[in-house]
Design a protein around this ligand. Structure first.
Ligand SMILES: Cc1cc2nc3c(=O)[nH]c(=O)nc-3n(C[C@H](O)[C@H](O)[C@H](O)COP(=O)(O)OP(=O)(O)OC[C@H]3O[C@@H](n4cnc5c(N)ncnc54)[C@H](O)[C@@H]3O)c2cc1C
Length: 355
């Protein structure tokens, strides 16, 4: 007979270990999100080129390097969606610069005849400055892409930009059919949005930003459940579904679901980020599934890179092996601790002040 006292102890130890891991992950997540939003670090990183192992997950700092990366993926039967990285666009000049850069990427994709389209973020094109200004920038991009029969995906950002981004999509769809967007499964309203936009090419994701419990599911279980529900519905009723995830459980579920429901391969594709689970990307393409890699490029890489580490702090081991040894990992741990302590102290002060 098992010793009940021992197994209870073991159970408690496992519970404690999971709790400890959860707390460490939560601290690291906040830490990396904090870094991603740090304007000084973002500006500094631009000057020094791809560092800290970012070259593993960012395809290049300029268009020609990026085209070379796309050609390599195309050679394996993988198509690409190209993202011109950019953070903190507060003035019209920067937004216009970003627009010009995207127009040049479209031109380069066409000139090199590579299998690729564009992903873009409304905030980079001026959404936070002026809605109409942003809409006009997007119109110009979508019109140019249309002339080359190229698709434009409007990436989804945080909650406050969600409705304006859908409004832009609705406006653009009055003139163009080469545009689509993203549904983030963590939002309570995701199902309603997906049904409204079912006749668009949609990318379905779990959601990358930190959103409050008033608008979004918080637990992995709830998010995964909704993610699967949305994918299944859109595969059955939607136009074309991009399933964007690195989660093998979801991917295996989709493989079974499409087989059981006779959904042909040309109705959907899998998507993953450049540099993540590359073996699985190649394997899915070899198995005959449509596969599209999200290819970020540019010198504004820091925020993107930090968000990837926030999503999955284990990526730190995969990505920055060559720079971070045990000692630097410990230093990061200490910095994260100091950072959180600072935040908690600040919160405490604020609370005391309010009182
Ligand atoms: C192509 C693409 C486009 C995206 N566009 C948007 C967007 O417009 N807006 C937005 O909010 N979000 C976007 N995202 C991010 C997305 O919302 C998620 O935050 C992100 O993909 C992490 O969730 P996941 O589904 O990949 O799996 P997770 O929930 O991060 O991981 C689930 C499990 O998968 C396994 N796993 C995950 N990653 C790895 C890895 N690298 N190596 C080994 N195992 C791993 C682990 O077992 C893990 O527990 C995009 C993601 C992709 C891939």
């Amino acid at each position: 007979m098992p010793n009940i006292t021992t197994s209870m102890k073991e159970h408690d130890i496992i519970k404690l270990k999971h709790h400890k891991e959860y707390v460490i992950m939560a601290v690291l997540k906040d830490f990396f999100i904090g870094l991603s939003e740090n304007q000084m670090l973002n500006t500094a990183a631009k000057k020094y080129g791809l560092k800290l192992g970012a070259q593993r997950v960012v395809a290049g700092t300029n268009i020609s390097e990026t085209i070379e990366s796309i050609k390599k993926l195309n050679a394996h039967g993988i198509s690409c969606t190209v993202d011109n990285l950019g953070e903190f666009v507060y003035n019209r000049e920067e937004a216009l610069e970003a627009k010009e850069q995207i127009l040049q990427v479209i031109e380069a994709i066409h000139n090199h005849q590579v299998d690729a389209h564009i992903s873009l973020k409304p905030s980079q094109l001026g959404l936070d400055i002026d809605y109409d200004f942003c809409l006009n920038n997007l119109k110009e991009i979508v019109m140019k892409a249309k002339s080359y029969d190229m698709f434009i995906n409007i990436d989804m950002e945080d909650y406050k930009r969600l409705q304006p981004s859908f409004d832009i999509l609705t406006e653009l769809s009055k003139e163009f059919d080469n545009v689509g967007t993203v549904i983030q499964a963590y939002f309570f309203r995701a199902e309603e949005d997906m049904k409204k936009f079912k006749d668009f090419r949609l990318r379905i994701v779990k959601g990358a930003y930190k959103e409050p419990p008033e608008v979004a599911y918080q637990s992995k279980e709830d998010i995964d459940k909704n993610f699967i529900k949305l994918i299944e519905w859109h595969l059955l009723h939607g136009k074309f579904t991009s399933i964007a995830t690195h989660d093998h459980n979801i991917i295996n579920h989709v493989k079974r679901f499409v087989q059981e429901n006779n959904i042909p391969n040309d109705k959907f594709e899998f998507q993953m980020l450049y540099g993540f689970r590359t073996d699985m990307q190649l394997q899915l393409a070899r198995e005959g599934y449509n596969f599209c890699t999200y290819v970020p490029f540019g010198n504004d890489w820091f925020g993107y890179f930090m968000r990837r580490l926030a999503e999955r702090p284990q990526n730190m081991n995969l990505v920055v092996k060559q720079v971070f040894n045990k000692r630097t990992n410990t230093m990061i741990g200490l910095a994260a601790g100091a950072f959180m302590l600072g935040r908690w102290t600040k919160k405490g002060k604020k609370k005391r002040k309010r009182k």
